[in-house]
Design a protein around this ligand. Structure first.
Ligand code: ARG
Length: 461
């Protein structure tokens, strides 16, 4: 079976149905139906205002489009793969509704600037939701950090105990990452907020159109100033995918820690029941499935970025059908990031923190070795020498299963006579944390100050 096309005039032979299906995008670009109708209403208004079509025709078209808008909201619009994409589906539905006058809508327009407009609008409409859920996540992080500004735990490098920190300080590290993500998505809005409509197929149009008027109608802040760029630019989509990839990288790092830290071996945290799953065979299991899924979906997000970058690579100007591959990636990643951010807020809100266990992890290890080396350095021992002395003590401690703070003063002094009995205070993890008052350091007073600074920032957001 073959079909008749809106663009079929210069064709004699018709493609088979399966070939048409390969070229079609309606199964996914119907997600942009609302934006397509919105763009067409603005265009029709402009055509009437400029006298390019009669105002009565413009009114008829707009009334028809508004009726389609209603049907769309009610879920009554039925799309047909024979009409290839959302643009031709809407035009064909409009023709059914108001007759041949619908054919005037496509004056001074091409599907190339139309698809670009729909896609810009679609992303522009959804970026605020990304920003909102990011703000919620930041609030959740702040609330938890407030609770745990003084909760001491082991800090890691190379996943080995390094120096004690506070859990609040750790959480604020993610707050900072999410803040940068927020700013990146905010900036993403600037390049999305441009109207391509009126650039037509690639070179502009001979009709006396008013692009600024259309842009304003659609809520765009500005227009593209080069028609070739307008129809072939997908930077705003790539920026979105790239920002999403960086965000997911952050979430996946924290997900990894949540998974590890909720194991029997670490036992620092416990995820709430509503964000965990059990096993169909092992009754004791409580798995961090949702953290794992966010970690997993990070790969999927990177894949979308790589896919679109690769699609766009080497494409000659201006529009090429390859670009039809842009939307599914962005649609999918939009759902993925919004859901992942929400899952994170939920997981963090319901988290049980095993404070005693976190503190204990800093008390039977050697994460206070730097304290002793710094202590000797302030007593005039060159730091390199101090490092060697403490290294020797740590070795003995490991062999005899005695942490530094449990060694007798005589033992410590035989390694370094500069050591006095104030060392036991210095070696406590609480002291180690609270002496780190340098800007950006983990001291509880710093963490509290940072929380206030962040709260003030969120209040005026
Ligand atoms: N469905 C197409 C897309 O998503 C719309 C633009 C088609 N334009 C064209 N000249 N074939 O990219």
């Amino acid at each position: 079976m073959t079909t008749t096309k809106l663009w079929g005039g210069r064709f004699t032979a018709k493609a088979e149905e399966w070939v048409d299906e390969f070229g079609a995008s309606i199964h996914f670009d119907q997600q942009m139906a609302a934006e397509d109708i919105e763009g067409s209403i603005a265009h029709a208004k402009m055509l009437g205002k400029q006298g390019i079509i009669a105002s009565s025709e413009s009114e008829q078209i707009i009334a028809g489009l508004k009726a389609l808008q209603k049907e769309l909201e009610q879920g009554d619009l039925i799309f047909d793969v024979k009409n290839e994409d959302i643009h031709m589906n809407i035009e064909s539905l409009l023709t059914k509704k108001i007759g041949t006058v619908a054919g005037k809508l496509h004056t001074a327009r091409s599907r190339n600037d139309q698809v670009a407009t729909d896609f810009h609008l679609w992303v522009k409409h959804r970026l605020p939701e990304v920003l909102n859920v990011l703000t919620e996540l930041q609030q959740t992080l702040l609330a938890l950090a407030t609770k745990h500004a003084g909760t001491i735990m082991s800090g890691y490098t190379h996943l080995q105990h390094a120096q004690p920190i506070t859990y609040g300080h750790y959480l604020l590290a993610y707050f900072e990452m999410i803040q940068r993500d927020y700013e990146r998505f905010q900036f993403n809005q600037k390049h999305t907020d441009l109207s391509p409509l009126g650039s037509a197929a690639l070179a502009g149009t001979t009709f006396p159109i008013d692009r600024e008027f259309v842009a304003e109608e659609l809520g765009f802040s500005d227009i593209y100033h080069n028609s070739l760029d307008a129809v072939s630019d997908r930077d705003f989509a790539l920026e979105f995918l790239s920002n999403a990839s960086i965000l997911m990288m952050h979430l996946s790092r924290m997900a990894e820690e949540m998974i590890l830290w909720s194991t029997y071996e670490f036992n620092y945290i416990e995820l709430s029941d509503d964000f965990s799953t059990g096993s169909s065979i092992m009754p004791q299991k409580k798995n961090a499935d949702f953290a794992e899924l966010v970690r997993g979906k990070t790969g999927r997000t990177y894949g979308s970025l790589m896919a679109l970058l690769t699609t766009m690579k080497s494409l000659p100007l201006a529009y090429n059908k390859d670009m039809q591959e842009d939307k599914e990636q962005v649609f999918d990643v939009m759902d993925t990031v919004i859901a992942s951010i929400k899952i994170f807020s939920g997981m963090l809100s319901g988290l049980t923190v095993h404070e005693a266990r976190m503190l204990a992890s800093t008390q039977d290890d050697f994460s206070n070795a730097t304290e002793l080396a710094d202590y000797l350095a302030t007593k005039g021992v060159p730091f390199r020498q101090a490092h060697a002395i403490v290294g020797q003590l740590v070795l003995e401690g490991i062999q005899q299963h005695v942490p530094l703070q449990k060694m007798s003063l005589a033992v410590l002094q035989s390694a370094a006579p500069e050591i006095e009995d104030d060392i036991y205070q210095v070696l406590q993890s609480e002291t180690a944390v609270n002496r780190r008052t340098s800007i950006s350091g983990t001291a509880v007073e710093n963490v509290k100050k940072e929380i206030l600074r962040h709260k003030a920032m969120l209040e005026v957001r």
